[in-house]
Design a protein around this ligand. Structure first.
Ligand code: V47
Length: 367
């Protein structure tokens, strides 16, 4: 390995990785700048193997997006609509319950619910949603509402973040998904989502959730106006928070899809496969205190997600069933994979598929 690494100027980083030493921001920059994708991937794979050996996790889940009405209207988002727009919608609690019950029949262990910031949906709607999901899906983990939605509910009702999280948890909420993180840098947020909560506030919501014992995920939306420095800054801020609170389970890089968004004229093309793999690999290398790096196949396609299992990824999300956010922005992937398809993709990569629940408890192993 040394010879390979000496040839491309990454020898000192390879040495740190081999000896499980933490990488610096400068290392992160150099990894992003490197065009030696296989070397970067090899190093990320070393870390993955150390943590998970041959196992690859997957979840049988269902996404539900309860409303696309959103007061934030981020420039990267084609899903959000104004109230009154012809394509705006709000799912009734009966509709949500019906979707959940149908998914229950196919054996989901996770329901993932996120939506827009709807000015008239009060905390009661969400509490009732949690109660109904809890009743309709016994034993299924409810991963719902991004930090942005939690903050909005707190604002709307003049409650503290703790109060909102505790009330929701009492009604059935188990875990928060990682959405809304985008890129933490203020410069980027000013440009692409000026109305959204700050990076600091996003981190605060997750810190409070962790303190209350609610485990969460983290994301980064890449491939728009962010610089490499801003990507590295994002990863380091997550790593620092994880050192303090320890409640993040997995990190999911999200590849920006520009179609039908307000950024379409600025960002003409989708992320490349090269960049997708590099972001996953560098994330694995920088986030040494995160157990899992997840490929969301909806955004990069099942084939690249499968290849990413050699670039630091240990988690292949998921059956999904219905996905509206990326598909509103021109995604040409399907919206569902079966359990059998996920297992097939993982096995064809020479790995052992492990069905997990949201909290990474093993549901089944040895297919
Ligand atoms: O926060 C919005 C992103 C996120 C676009 O926690 C876009 O396990 C690409 O966070 N192109 C929501 N991305 C989805 C999300 C997620 C997905 C899967 C698993 C988990 C998890 C979380 O989608 C938003 C935003 O960052 N997004 N618009 C777009 N045009």
């Amino acid at each position: 390995m040394d010879q390979l690494m000496f040839a491309n100027g990454l020898a000192d980083i390879a040495d740190k990785v081999q000896h499980s030493k933490r990488l610096s921001a400068e290392d992160g920059m150099r990894l992003f700048e490197s065009n030696d994708l296989l070397a970067v991937g090899y190093l990320a794979d070393l870390v993955r193997r150390r943590k998970h050996r041959n196992r690859v996790f997957f979840v049988v889940n269902r996404h539900i997006n309860h409303t696309n009405i959103c007061v934030n209207r981020c420039r990267f988002c084609a899903f959000g609509k104004d109230k009154g727009d012809a394509s705006s919608y709000v799912l009734s609690l009966d509709e949500i319950e019906a979707k959940a019950r149908k998914a229950w029949e196919m054996g989901i262990t996770e329901v993932h619910v996120v939506g827009g910031l709807h000015p008239e949906l009060s905390l009661d709607y969400y509490l009732e949603m949690m109660k109904r999901l809890r009743e309709a899906l016994p034993g299924v983990i409810i991963q719902a509402l991004t930090a942005v939605e939690i903050d909005y509910l707190a604002e709307l009702h003049a409650l503290s973040l703790e109060e909102v999280l505790l009330t929701l948890r009492q009604a059935g909420l188990d875990s928060l998904p990682g959405g809304g993180a985008e890129v933490f840098a203020d410069r980027v947020r000013q440009e692409v989502c000026p109305k959204k909560i700050s990076g600091e506030r996003w981190l605060e919501v997750h810190a409070i959730a962790h303190r209350l014992g609610i485990r969460t995920n983290a994301t980064m939306l890449y491939g728009h106006v962010e610089t490499i420095e801003e990507r590295v800054d994002h990863l380091i801020r997550l790593r620092e928070q994880q050192d303090r609170t320890g409640g993040f389970m997995t990190f999911i890089p999200l590849a920006f899809h520009p179609r039908h968004t307000d950024l379409e004229r600025v960002v003409h093309a989708r992320t490349t496969g090269f960049d997708d793999l590099k972001v996953l690999a560098v994330s694995r290398l920088m986030l040494d205190n995160f157990d899992h790096i997840k490929a969301f196949w909806i955004m990069i396609g099942p084939k690249l997600a499968q290849i990413s299992l050699n670039f630091g990824v240990d988690d292949f999300d998921g059956t999904v069933v219905e996905e509206k956010i990326t598909h509103a922005a021109g995604a040409d992937t399907g919206q569902a994979l079966t359990r059998r398809e996920l297992i097939g993709l993982i096995r064809a990569a020479g790995r052992v598929p492990v069905e997990r629940d949201t909290l990474y408890n093993v549901v089944r192993e040895g297919f």
